[in-house]
Design a protein. Sequence first.
Length: 312
Amino acid sequence: EKQAEDNSPECSEPGTMDLKFPSSRKYISISVPSKSQAMSPHIKSVDDVVVLGMNLSKFSKPTQFFICVSGVFMFYLIYGYLQELIFSVEGFKPFGWYLTLVQFGFYSIFGLIELQLIQDKRRRIPGKTYMIIAFLTVGTMGLSNTSLGYLNYPTQVIFKCCKLIPVMIGGVFIQGKRYNIVDVSAALCMSLGLIWFTLADSTVAPNFNLTGVVLISLALCADAVIGNVQEKAMKLHNGSNSEMVLYSYSIGFVYILFGLTCTSGLSPAVTFCSKHPVQTYGYAFLFSLTGYFGISFVLALIKIFGALLAVT
């Protein structure tokens, strides 16, 4: 009985089991950490939402929202101005897809630099998901940039502000979401208000063209799907903003480069831009930099608050 007691496991503390062997006087200690025990800072850091080196997880929800919205408005205001400024260069309008290629190249570089500065560099979201997101991103940004060859920027903004409805439809089919009557009513009222504004001011600022309207409408459909796919992927796999930007836009860069090469659209664009390097590549760098900062805040909004609120 004494030997059986000596050989029996002894629990010195909860979650720890000591195995005692009298002949060798050695102990084997097996510790099982409790669920409430704190994880290491390295593992916990993957749950943080970091935007341009700023950890938003330290702030309250209203403060996070205010920071993200301020970033979106500030950077996309500059982004929109530079985008229209590039297309104001005489002869540049046919090269919207080449501008998108340059933009994707800059985004990939910025994303790679930011990813090197963070602690966890692992890719968390599957490659297949990135291929889908990249294809949709190429569609929405390429079509959006190309539409400016037919529409002016105020008209494009009016159409893009109406994407609340396709985003809600995408949320239902892609994420299985259910929206209440308040959400639906708010989206409809906002869209009707924008249509009213468009009809009232159509003879003053907006510039309507059927081709441009078709292009921007297709861009909206792709954009609506992107937000929901990004939200689902980032919440499911806990991917970072820099990871999402790097892989989405680098794969998209390859798509566009292949398309331009096959359609012989690369050589004329390179020739034109080489003659106007400051107005094209110089503006494109600033345009891409502000766009990258803006998309970082958009992805943070999507991750924290969801695609519908981010689009709103």
